[in-house]
Design a protein around this ligand. Structure first.
Ligand code: ADP
Ligand code: MG
Length: 683
């Protein structure tokens, strides 16, 4: 079928163009049609401005002659491509492109007129300054013209021509319709061929809106359909383990707990136990803010597996976390005779061998570990419970790999401290049941959050020295700057040099980052836990889970570089003990979004609310957390904006399944051809 044919079968596409297209992940004609224009950036020839009439701050279309085109050097010695534009309206414009875009100069001839599109800014001279303008060599069109995100070797004109060829094929041979006829009728959607046409070359904004409405629905419908079918596969068609009712062992574990469970924890335990006692496999998410006490809930579930004569495992995303879980869970379970072991990438071969043998014999009841648990050599005698912590780091597929380690499908519990807004929950976790721990255990002191400029670092670190004098400990986190190959350690090491010889001279400081050897990391963490280190300078490796109640200060350098969810996680490292805790966010950024983000951090402590805010701050099209959660990226849908469509799409997909029309849905998902939705089908 033409849809699957290589892009090279289009006229004018040779190896070179195909190579450029491949960089945009366009390999087939179908890929090309599914490569959507930048939304809200269509060229509208009814609105071409004169240079004198441009409005600063807005992206606009204007036409002007090229006066000068050459390469220039900035004060810092970086070269850039430069154009001087004039249209006789009394104002000129300077356009520049940094970063190896010399080819821009070859796209224009001095003296000729071109159409440009770009965001206009006031310069230091009278001329406008425009960075990264697009040069439009387009013919004037009757309707709107698409603007695509491009890469070197492609032009908007060439791209438009190719899309037109593909649309002509669609016109001739038709396009597979993914939505059942009754849905098209009910929602008054245009057909798929029309939608593709109007998304690329709409006659007007109404046609564009109609096309978008349909395609957004389709995207969400297929995603929800995939999730719902997946759930059915996992839950309804698979034989799971039926755990017995709780007995003596659980009574003992409860009796040994150093605290009593909060109502939210109790509720979560009831829900989990109820699932575990069913013959259907459990597929449940346990979400609760940092420090809400998920670990003890996990401990009780693991005890229940043991009590029923089975084994359980818990997988954590980092060794630090796996270690910590091992210690915490040992504390809860070992005194009651549950045998726990730890298996990570750095477990010595001999120990590993022994663990594997005992695991296969059923001597070990609970295995804690990292990705190492996924290896084929890890064989359980009778696995009945799989818990993953912070699963967004694992993804759907790895979850499924673990689940396959049991003879019968084991119960799955996924713990996450990355709260997501309710609208998102049904999408991201559309195939899971959810238990939530909403309230923190009693007795927590609120954390004071401050946002400071770096000119006040002296004060901040004086505070650290003062607190350390009273026996407290502190984290100092700095951003990890990603370079092309690996990352620049100079940031955290450099900070160590600076602080340990400056503000923090005399305190015991140490460095922790992801590229250190495991043994070194462990040694540092151990020393920090034992209060032999007073200040830990780290990258975000400490972001999740680490629990040192005596640490009461969290300093974040370059705080504008972190996302809200990340900052919230970092802040969750403190306020875990009986001491008043402070989180200081240091930032000199004046960016609007960054400032707003820091202000939210200062004013809001509820992780769920922060997640909502995070979503608001992100531009449309960028999805909160879906990639982290192992779901495919949406091309058009925006889960924040399209919440209502999402619910309608889910309902429609569910209806189809209830009516036994699985085949239609399956067919439609398969017809997406791209591999995006396949990750949802682990088997
Ligand atoms: P998280 O949900 O972030 O994994 P943890 O399970 O690490 O949270 O719990 C955070 C802290 O709260 C731990 O020190 C734990 O012992 C304590 N804790 C958990 N539940 C309770 C409770 N019901 N009462 C008092 N303290 C609790
Ligand atoms: Mg935890």
């Amino acid at each position: 079928m033409w849809w699957h044919k290589s892009i090279q079968s289009l006229k004018g596409v040779g190896a070179k163009t195909a190579y450029s297209l491949a960089r945009l992940k366009i390999h087939t004609i179908g890929d090309l049609l599914s490569y959507f224009p930048r939304q809200d950036q269509y060229l509208d020839f009814r609105r071409i401005h004169r240079l004198a009439d441009l409005t600063p701050g807005a992206t606009q279309l204007f036409s002007a002659a090229v006066r000068e085109a050459r390469e220039k050097r900035s004060g810092r010695g970086k070269s850039y491509a430069y154009l001087l534009l004039d249209d006789g309206s009394g104002r000129q414009a300077e356009v520049y492109w940094f970063g190896g875009q010399r080819y821009r100069l070859r796209q224009v001839r001095p003296g000729s007129w071109y159409l440009f599109r770009g965001k206009v800014q006031k310069g230091r001279t009278a001329a406008w300054m425009i960075a990264d303008a697009e040069i439009e060599q387009a013919e004037r069109a009757a309707g709107l013209l698409p603007v695509y995100p491009l890469t070197e070797g492609l032009t908007q004109t060439a791209m438009r021509k190719l899309v037109k060829q593909a649309l002509a094929l669609a016109e001739e041979a038709g396009v597979f319709e993914t939505l059942p006829a009754d849905l098209l009728g009910r929602f008054a959607f245009c057909n798929r061929r029309q939608a593709f046409h109007d998304l690329h070359f709409p006659a007007d904004y109404d046609a564009l809106a109609d096309a978008k409405r349909r395609l957004v629905f389709e995207e969400l419908f297929l995603l929800q359909g995939a999730l719902l079918m997946n759930r059915r596969l996992q839950v309804e068609q698979v034989q799971g383990v039926r755990h017995g009712h709780s007995g003596e062992l659980l009574r003992q574990v409860y009796a040994h707990l150093p605290f009593s469970l909060t109502p939210d924890q109790q509720q979560a335990v009831v829900e989990i136990f109820c699932d575990m006692e069913q013959p259907k496999p459990m597929y449940r998410l346990l979400q609760g803010d940092v420090g809400s006490g998920k670990t003890v809930v996990a401990a009780l579930a693991l005890a229940k597996a043991k009590e029923s004569g089975y084994q359980g495992c818990l997988m954590a995303p980092t060794e630090i976390l796996a270690n910590q879980h091992f210690h915490t869970l040992s504390g809860f379970l070992s005194p009651c005779g549950v045998k726990i072991a730890l298996l990570t990438g750095s477990t010595p071969a001999a120990v590993r061998k022994k663990i594997l043998a005992q695991l296969a014999e059923g001597i070990i009841d609970v295995l804690i570990g990292t990705h190492a648990l996924l290896q084929e050599t890890v064989v359980f005698q009778q696995l009945s419970l799989v818990i993953t912590d912070e699963q967004h780091r694992f993804g759907v597929r790895q979850r499924a790999m673990l689940a396959q380690k049991g003879e019968l499908a084991p119960d799955c519990l996924i713990m996450t401290a990355t709260p997501i807004p309710r609208t998102m929950a049904i999408t991201v976790y559309g195939d899971l049941d959810v238990s939530s721990i909403k309230h923190l255990p009693p007795g927590r002191k609120p954390i004071t959050t401050l946002v400071y400029r770096s000119s006040r670092r002296g004060e901040v670190y004086a505070g650290v020295v003062r607190q350390a004098g009273q026996g407290r400990q502190a984290y100092v986190v700095c951003p990890m700057i990603e370079e092309q190959d690996g990352f620049d350690l100079a940031t955290v090491e450099g900070l160590y040099e600076e602080l340990s010889n400056g503000y923090l001279a005399g305190l015991k400081c140490a460095v922790l980052h992801g590229k250190m050897k495991q043994a070194d990391k462990d040694a540092v963490m151990k020393a920090f836990c034992a209060n032999e280190i007073q200040v830990l300078l780290a990258t975000t490796v400490i972001e999740v889970g680490v629990n040192v109640p005596n640490a009461s200060l969290m300093i974040v350098e370059g705080a504008e570089r972190f996302g809200l969810a990340q900052l919230h996680q970092l802040r969750g490292r403190i306020g875990r003990g009986e001491y008043a805790s402070y989180c200081v966010l240091i930032s000199d950024s004046d960016g609007e979004i960054a400032s707003q983000r820091l202000a939210y951090m200062r004013d809001i402590s509820d992780g769920f609310l922060l997640a909502e805010k995070d979503l608001e701050l992100r531009g449309p099209g960028e999805l909160f957390g879906t990639r982290q959660h192992g779901l495919p990226d949406m091309r058009l849908a925006d889960l924040f904006r399209d919440g209502a469509v999402l619910r309608a799409a889910r309902e429609a997909a569910n209806e189809l399944l209830v009516q036994g029309r699985d085949a239609e849905l399956r067919h439609a998902i398969a017809a997406q051809f791209d591999k995006r939705f396949q990750t949802l089908f682990p088997v």
